[in-house]
Ligand binder design. Sequence first.
Ligand code: GTP
Length: 212
Amino acid sequence: MSQKKFTNAKIVIFGASGVGKTAFAVRYITRRYIGDYDRNKEMLYTYKMTSPRDEVVTLEILDTAPECSPDDTEKNLKWADGYVMMYSVTDTPSFHEVKRFKDILFRLKGNERPMVLIANKLDLRDARAVSEAESTSLAHSLECPLFELSVADGYQGVADAMEELIVQLRRDFVKCQSAANVSSNADKPRSKLYNMKKVLKKRIGRSHSDTF
Ligand SMILES: Nc1nc2c(ncn2[C@@H]2O[C@H](COP(=O)(O)OP(=O)(O)OP(=O)(O)O)[C@@H](O)[C@H]2O)c(=O)[nH]1
């Protein structure tokens, strides 16, 4: 039985403009926080990392442009294996935008997808507009873990969220592999030896009944 290894995964980061998608990707890859980026640009990063199981995995991380067309949104959702859904706790419309992405994703790919929900900019406590309860309830409806964090404040929250996503991606990969193996075994023609055994069994069975 052929067993492929978990060596690569495609991840897409969705979220409204300004929620911190680029800051998140850059923080994960470089561990650094850089305050200002080229806004509204789609970027594809390639990053080689070692998984918690010591596998070297190449990640392609797509940082989407917020102004992309519905067609592009669908294309990106179909392209990816795993999803980072992101909003800012200071920005209620960005919270609702995640719900919109969720509806498209569930329609296209069902609800059992590797995914994490990121509530960013937790450092801006006084400007918080989305409550913890609202965040938790959204995570419930997405059926995925929630990470409330500040990309600006540190690397660890970002690393924890990505580690969780990679664990889910691996699980999904293994599940798909097992399903593929089951179906290829079912399709396999029986071996010659198996067929001969079957014929012999029949003959022996018949000759026994002939005797009695
Ligand atoms: N205070 C605070 N600011 C943040 C945080 N994360 C990102 N920002 C700032 O928010 C602004 C937008 O961040 P980006 O990473 O460009 O956001 P984006 O979602 O990629 O934006 P678009 O390119 O328009 O889609 C920048 O000025 C960041 O410095 C955070 O955790 N806390």
